[in-house]
Write a protein that binds this ligand. Structure first.
Ligand code: CO
Length: 249
């Protein structure tokens, strides 16, 4: 019965701290929840929704899975979206990725980890879709991070394609879908796209967000090329062979 008692101890301290601030907090919250946001994020222990946003219990409805995927056959995720939109009537659905995502990395590098590989194939589909412009990247870590961003945009689109969101928009329920990415190294969230608040928003806002990523990918490619060029010049000037050639010529 004493297993993991340190966690029970932490829990008691946490609850006591909240009750100290607001004595009826839990009593009130137990009556109902009315969150305005649905967070669809990664299971990664470093990306906890409430803490990152500084929100209290009751303020955000959360679904997390490995690599924050929104898959049309995933009844778990779809049920969360349906309940959040139709019963809780959240106003915002936020797909949140994070740089350095292990799931995205495993998919991009084709690492094998067992059952999870099948789940991560959805990310390989995202990679295939955007391969033409990603292929120019020389750096594996850059590819990994751009893929984390693209995975969020595809997730946003997948959320919008569900009949849950389509029906909500058809009955004029106010609902926006957002795409963010979180930096593990600075604790900050970044917006990746204008939000989608109607069916008409999806294509133009998605295209604009992809164009923005392409622009940054191109800049990275040019930067890497320039760095490689400079490194070659330095190498040649330093190498004895090039000195010899210079002397001989
Ligand atoms: Co992750």
């Amino acid at each position: 019965m004493n297993e993991l008692k340190e966690l029970f101890q932490k829990n008691r301290e946490w609850a006591a701290a909240i009750v100290k601030e607001q004595p009826d907090f839990f009593e009130q919250l137990s009556q109902q929840q009315a969150p305005e946001y649905l967070w669809i994020g990664c299971s990664d222990s470093r990306v906890p929704a409430n803490e990152i946003l500084g929100l209290m219990p009751g303020e955000i409805f959360v679904h997390r899975n490995v690599a924050n995927l929104v898959v049309h056959t995933d009844l778990n995720c779809l049920s969360v979206i349906q309940f959040a939109v139709e019963v809780l009537k959240v106003k915002h659905v936020i797909v949140v990725g994070h740089y350095g995502c292990g799931g995205v990395k495993a998919a991009v590098l084709n690492e094998k980890h067992g059952l999870i590989d099948s789940w991560l194939q959805h990310i390989q589909d995202v990679h295939s879709k955007h391969k033409p412009f990603l292929d120019e990247l020389e750096s594996e870590s850059r590819l990994h991070n751009y893929m984390c961003e693209l995975n969020v945009l595809e997730g946003m689109k997948n959320v919008c394609r569900t009949n849950i969101i389509q029906d909500a928009w058809a009955r004029k329920q106010p609902l926006s879908v957002h795409g963010w990415i979180y930096g593990l190294s600075d604790g900050l969230l970044r917006n990746l796209s204008e939000c989608f608040s109607s069916p008409e928003d999806i294509e133009p806002n998605y295209d604009a967000a992809i164009a923005e990523i392409k622009k940054r990918v191109n800049a990275s490619v040019q930067k890497d090329k320039a760095a490689r060029g400079n490194a070659q010049i330095v190498d040649q000037s330093k190498s004895p062979a090039s000195n010899d050639q210079a002397t001989n010529s």
